[in-house]
Design a protein around this ligand. Structure first.
Ligand SMILES: [Zn+2]
Length: 328
């Protein structure tokens, strides 16, 4: 899995960091991005963000000075982009009452927690800096955020909980928009296919070479997972499909895919056959957004998908591709 070239991505990140006055070598950035994608299964954009967070100055220096007295306007989430763009300094400092839709952590010591937050007007990301020493947020919490700066990174607007901010848990309910994201468009990129998961009972990590970062050397179990990039004509979204959704998108079962592997004896070749078969198809997917990707709970492929005939054709192709010595 180490044949992907991240140099170009690393170079553009390097330019962005230079703008912030930070100098980091391209090789170091490539290693960081590769680790995020290949070891922690982050999507490329999240891996880049994780690496960027690691090297950008901490909250005290990367945002403007908070308003004295913390007497900010309480704002609606949908106003965040406009407030940020029109802020006199780098950020607008605001108060907001939001529901926590989901939380996750990233591999950066400076960040305690990331969350998707929402009120009745919209959704945004929240970054809780470790230096804020804030309480841990959980899905479903309703919180009053006080004196939080706005931020923007690659078109995603967010709020940040810093050491100058307050977080107060509320009893009341707010009518937050739901966490479902929807995308409809053409599959312009498809990755993975048959993957190895850690065989440890409570672990679902996708692993490389039989090594789980949490459990060391483990027995692997094959599974089917797809990562798609879907272009709706205006923008592209990353969509992650677990086994049931991957099966319905490919139009074949996990067992069919394993049959193809039995013939090709080559996971990469098998996955190329699987992913190539769906490039260009129209798809509609919906699910919660986590790590910047839609974790599809529903997926509908508009174009004809593979049927039994196609699986047979793939098996023939797989046998033909098999090294002659192995066919005897
Ligand atoms: Zn594990």
């Amino acid at each position: 899995m180490s044949d992907i070239d991240y140099t170009q991505t690393a170079e553009s990140l390097q330019t962005e960091l230079e703008d912030e006055g930070v100098e980091v070598g391209v090789d170091t950035l490539v290693d960081g991005i590769r680790e995020g994608v290949e070891t922690y299964s982050l999507d490329l954009s999240e891996a880049v963000r994780t690496v960027a967070n690691k090297y950008t100055p901490d909250d005290s220096s990367s945002v403007s000075v908070p308003q004295l007295g913390g007497d900010n306007e309480q704002v609606a989430v949908e106003e965040i982009p406009e407030l940020h763009e029109n802020a006199a300094n780098e950020s607008a400092w605001v108060d907001a009452e939001v529901e926590v839709l989901s939380t996750w952590t990233i591999d950066a010591d400076s960040v305690a927690q990331k969350a998707q937050i929402a009120d009745s007007t919209g959704k945004a990301e929240l970054t809780v800096w470790a230096s804020a020493d804030a309480p841990t947020l959980s899905e479903g919490d309703i919180v009053a955020l006080g004196n939080v700066p706005t931020d923007e990174y690659q078109g995603t607007y967010s709020l940040k909980v810093t050491s100058d901010s307050t977080v107060e848990f509320l009893e009341e309910d707010i009518d937050a928009v739901d966490n479902l994201e929807h995308v409809e468009g053409r599959i312009v990129q498809a990755r993975e296919g048959l993957v190895d998961r850690c065989g440890d009972d409570d672990c679902t990590r996708v692993i490389d070479n039989g090594h789980c970062p949490d459990h060391g050397s483990v027995d692997e179990e094959k599974d089917l997972r797809l990562k798609l990039t879907v272009d709706d004509g205006q923008s592209a979204r990353d969509v992650v499909l677990q086994r049931p959704e991957a099966e319905s998108t490919l139009g074949i079962t996990f067992e069919d895919a394993m049959d193809i592997l039995t013939d090709t004896l080559d996971v990469e070749e098998t996955n190329d056959m699987l992913t190539e078969s769906i490039i260009g198809k129209r798809v509609s997917a919906a699910g919660p957004e986590i790590y910047g990707s839609i974790q599809a709970e529903e997926v509908v492929v508009a174009d004809a998908v593979l049927g039994d005939m196609d699986v047979d054709a793939m098996l023939v192709e797989a046998r033909e591709a098999r090294p002659a010595a192995l066919s005897e």
